[in-house]
Design a protein. Structure first.
Length: 181
């Protein structure tokens, strides 16, 4: 087993309840190669509002009333990001109000020259989405209509996933019980 940074080790057979009850993911911090360029991406492309800049030059952006949802830190080195399947950050996803918004978002991203590497519906969660890169190659997803898991703890069975490779296909073939608008 690879060395763990935290010192925590799983204990066999121990079922202690955690006191951690997360209400939401609060924020994500990206180390970026060009903080000016990436700041413009988050305001002009993603529609976030600038909140603050600290004494170290870190920049903070919000999508609602929280002070920040995204923060940017100027990287000292220009390392390559880990590839999918390697240890490291894979992507961040943001929920939007409706599937119809996804069509507008896709068209906007295309008009701005943002590289979209996936659109449609992948499987677990049943959520249609659009996936693209930020200026440093971080993967960003915007999605709508995520399946909700009820008090019984059961999620949609795999035989209902109906993957789709375009938004049009996802809308034309909705999942059982899903309403896309």
């Amino acid at each position: 087993m690879p060395e763990m940074k935290s010192g925590w080790r799983p204990e066999e057979g121990k079922q202690e309840s955690s006191p951690i009850h997360v209400k939401k993911i609060g924020h994500v911090v990206f180390s970026v190669s060009d903080i000016e360029r990436t700041s413009k991406f988050w305001t002009e492309i993603m529609g976030f509002k600038f909140s603050d800049k600290n004494e170290r030059g870190m920049r903070f952006f919000r999508s609602g009333t929280d002070h920040h949802t995204i923060a940017l830190l100027q990287a000292n080195d220009k390392n390559e990001l880990p590839k999918r399947g390697e240890v490291g950050f894979d992507h961040v996803a943001f929920e939007v109000g409706s599937v119809s918004e996804l069509f507008k978002i896709r068209d906007f991203l295309r008009s701005k020259g943002v590289e979209i590497f996936y659109e449609g519906r992948r499987g677990p969660g049943g959520n249609p989405g659009v996936e693209f890169y930020d200026p440093d190659g971080y993967q960003i997803e915007v999605y709508a209509s995520m399946d909700q898991v009820g008090s019984d703890g059961r999620s949609r069975p795999g035989n209902e996933w109906k993957r789709a490779t375009t938004l049009e296909e996802a809308v034309a073939n909705p999942l059982p019980g899903a309403e896309y608008y």
